[in-house]
Design a protein. Structure first.
Length: 269
């Protein structure tokens, strides 16, 4: 429920659980492209901040991102039952489509501001997959949990290297993110600017959360393994008891036949 409320506030709750199966099916199929789009927005922002992003690709990238949101919104709006409710709750999609038009035709300073703000879309886009992440963690998929932590660390390292000038390259940024997420904090690489420190505070909070999740997931994994072994032992014991019951029933039947035969012999004599 808190995740659903947060999604409503940022305008990206997606398709409701009680919607048509086709709408929910296509919404799940859009999840992976949405994650890839979030990563690409981050990479594009970093390359542009470092001045190594080719201008020839800028127009193509803007068109691809804008058309993706148009396509997703059009498809899901067509498939859902309550179209007005879907558009009203997913107002962020409409805002991105409308505000993104200046990016397609240049737009001057306004377009430049939109490019900088577009990096903020990363976290709302990834939030749409939070339900899937919770289901995966509930099933003790430790490999996926570790992968999520690794991706977050790489993203944080990439972002801090673009935010804070004191972190000279992406490798220093990844190292800083690694020790920060792991709650180690060597102090050899630290952000100096106010923006870098604010971002560092956010990474620290997420790092504590990830560390707790990993600890809980490992604990749940070993506990579940113990439960599986106990269930296997119980199943084996039940099988043995049933086998003993079958043997006892067979012996009782044999004794009953012997007793009936002896009784018949006594009657004949």
């Amino acid at each position: 429920m808190p995740s659903r409320l947060a999604s409503l506030l940022i305008g990206l709750p997606g398709v409701a659980a009680d919607e048509r199966p086709a709408a929910r099916h296509w919404a799940s199929r859009f999840e992976l492209p949405m994650i890839m789009l979030a990563f690409w927005i981050m990479i594009e922002w970093y390359l542009r901040e470092k001045g190594i992003y080719p201008d020839a690709f800028d127009r193509i990238t803007n068109w691809i991102i804008w058309l993706f949101f148009v396509f997703e919104t059009a498809v899901l709006t067509f498939l859902v039952k309550n179209k007005w409710l879907y558009l009203r709750s997913n107002w962020m999609n409409l805002l991105i489509i409308c505000a993104g038009l200046p990016l397609l035709w240049g737009g001057g300073a306004y377009a430049a501001a939109l490019r900088s703000l577009r990096v903020l879309l990363i976290f709302p886009l990834l939030l749409t997959t939070s339900s899937t992440v919770r289901k995966v963690l509930a099933r003790n998929h430790l490999g996926t949990t570790l992968l999520v932590a690794l991706v977050f660390t790489l993203m944080s390292g990439l972002l801090i290297s673009g935010i804070d000038p004191s972190i000279e390259n992406i490798w220093e940024g990844i190292w800083w993110a690694w020790v920060t997420v792991a709650t180690v904090g060597y102090g050899d690489v630290v952000p100096q600017t106010a923006a870098g420190k604010v971002f560092g505070a956010v990474v620290i909070m997420f790092g504590v959360g990830f560390f707790s999740l990993l600890t809980a997931s490992f604990s749940a994994y070993f506990v579940s393994r113990g439960e599986v072994e106990i269930e296997a032992d119980e199943a084996e014991e039940i099988y043995r008891l049933r086998d003993i019951e079958r043997r006892i029933e067979s012996m009782e039947q044999t004794l009953a036949r012997i007793e009936a035969g002896l009784k018949q012999d006594r009657e004949e004599t």
